[in-house]
Design a binder for this molecule. Structure first.
Ligand code: CA2
Length: 148
């Protein structure tokens, strides 16, 4: 029996991971990241669904679906929508499970406009600057927070 269901959301341009700006975002591709998360989830007996979109509404639809399908936690890298999207914040506020916000880069060491996150107003935890390991750290937090 599954221990629970977790949704991983990747925002705009993260489909380019591993192909551009490796000095900021590393050399792993999004498929590498998702495969590693799938492996770890399988080992822990969890169901995992990973989804990337360049469209705000598609990310919001995925959050709405997670409200209704028994998803216990959302791990989200909203990418640039982090700094702009009240709509994604509102959708996450309507989700009752845990929310972990992940950023590959340390956004606080970058331009001032990256220092503010709407999603952080809802997130139970925020990880920034650990590269792709940040997603693994968030997944461990999901397992640790789940009811026995
Ligand atoms: O550090 C992060 O994970 C960010 O969420 C990444 C966003 C950026 O807008 C945020 O401020 C911080 C950008 C994602 C773009 O990803 C790319 C990956 C490879 C090549 C080009 C873009």
């Amino acid at each position: 029996m599954s221990q629970g269901k977790v949704l991983v959301l990747h925002g705009p341009n993260l489909n380019l991971l591993g192909t551009r700006q490796p000095e900021i975002y590393g050399r792993e591709t999004l498929d590498d990241v998702n495969n590693a998360l799938h492996q770890r989830a399988l080992l822990a007996g969890w169901d995992i669904h990973c989804f990337q979109s360049n469209h705000e509404g598609a990310l919001i639809d995925a959050i709405h679906a997670a409200r209704l399908d028994g998803t216990l936690a959302i791990i989200i890298n909203p990418a640039a929508y982090t700094h702009t999207s009240v709509a994604i914040l509102d959708a996450l506020n309507a989700f009752e499970g845990k929310v972990y916000e992940v950023h590959l880069s340390n956004v606080h060491r970058r331009e001032a406009f990256r220092h503010h996150s709407y999603v952080s107003l809802r997130a139970d935890g925020v990880i920034a600057g650990l590269g792709t390991q940040g997603y693994q750290a968030a997944l461990e937090a999901v397992f640790a927070a789940a009811p026995p």
